[in-house]
Write a protein of this length. Sequence first.
Length: 584
Amino acid sequence: MNHPPQPFSTEQESYLKGFFQGIAQRPVIHALATNTALDDAPPETGAESLYGTPIDELCREERIKLETNGLDVWDQMVKNGDLNQFPKDGDVFRYKFYGMFYVAPAQDSLMLRCRIPGGQLFNHQLRGLADIAEKHGNGFLDITTRANFQIREIAPASAIPTLTQLTDIGLTSKGSGADNVRNVTASPTAGFDVQEILDVMPFAREMHHRILNNRDLYGLPRKFNIAYDGGGQISACADTNDIGFYAVRVGEGHSVDPGVYFRVQLCGITGHRQFAKDCGILIRPEQHADLACAMLRTFLQHGNRTNRNRARLKYLIDDWGVERFLEETEHHLDFSLMRFPQANCEARGATLQQGHLGIHAQKHPDYSYVGVRVPVGRLSHEQLRTIANLSQHYARGEIRLTVWQNFLIPHVHKSQIAELKLALSNAGFAFEANPFAAGLVACTGNTGCKYAAANTKSHAVKLADELAKRVQLDHAINIHLTGCTHSCAQHYIGDIGMIATPCTLDGESVEGYSIAFGGGVEERQGIAIEMFKSIPFQHIPDLLEACLTTFLDHREAGETFNAFIRRHSHEALNQLFLPHASTS
Ligand code: SF4
């Protein structure tokens, strides 16, 4: 979740003015900000600057970080907990360094965001998370679009017990908020995918630990996303990340030894309508963490620290160009980057849209994985314990969360499949792909996020249920609902993407959405185009039913909704679909 900058109060301004007057006397500002060794320090540009930005030009969050590093807020959290009081002023931001978000006014409580590299969890961790949600939260856990868990409605007194209990089960939440690298994602079928060319889970885990154990990397100009794609059948949407590592195979006859390498894509930020693009280099897999840290430190030193809206990697590379960014990155490396044409790498195998739901073969012929649907990612603590028990009883006690807000149970022996299917059904879980529900993604919405203009999760479930009853489709459609322009649910990459907007109906203010068609990732990569503005939610099931029926009436044989949208001009789509807006 991104939070827009908040202005200082007069009192805060006065305090900070005095603070910065004092601090300006000190010789080395960057060391205070990051607590890094001086050997790691940026070129000194004067005591009044931080990484070259004059102190008095820093944005609010940078000043808060400079005053006290968020990693040093623990003792204050203990004190606040003793008094059962929420963080104040800059500590609201600092709590996020520990993955604790004070989410008022949507809820007067804290929210925990974990870190789960590659979305990989084991049954004892599932039980531990269920215990935390039951004891300290509201009893529910939400799977996020970074294959992660969030737990809500945590009281200030429970912040420290929650964090220590999380550590007890081998998990952490450090750096899951504020200006850090967020949960590292990976192909959810890594290690057992029948098509993958590299098991990327160990790489995601290695990166996770590099981030956790380098204090300077907690002080980036803004959040940062990294993902690993092993070339398998299930997408990790790595092309929506700031850095996407893609495993590729290079054959005989080129300037490098044949084998498996990583290509590197940069600057995916779909909320700003941009996918990551290949930056022209090829690295050996074991070089990935050094390269990622070098890129992070280049961003750390040169990213924008005055304007939060431009403090993402995209804007640094927009200003510099990719080649200068790579040259600056090489200053942090003890190896040179190899420029190598993408055309000399073998093409990636195709991904299966929503292919993770249901029963699927693994590399080993005796084992399968089962993809289970979780409507808009919400699980109760009782459901999580059931999943822990089933995964332990019928498989190896492991699950994988997906960026599609669902989960997989891997390593189910063929002799156990029928029993597991029955047990899942008896426990109320669906695992068959439903054209509308399987690819349903929703952000938190206004029941838990102050920025949301609509109840996205509830609307998503209602909409998918209605469409499943009314429209017979022979292929899956991803529907993404997001509550504000931060686009946590990445509405621009949905086949149908919806963003909440203010609406009126019969003179009354109601919740509604603007609607876009035709987004996708990987080989279906594309930004959805807006078709309808500000439609009250209660009209949307009728409107989408009419649009999908029109599509079915006009499509070519076997054509998907996405392909249909891409085949037509915007003008032609307007002629086909806009009349439905007035009749819905
Ligand atoms: Fe993210 Fe949704 Fe909140 Fe906006 S409303 S910040 S998209 S969770």
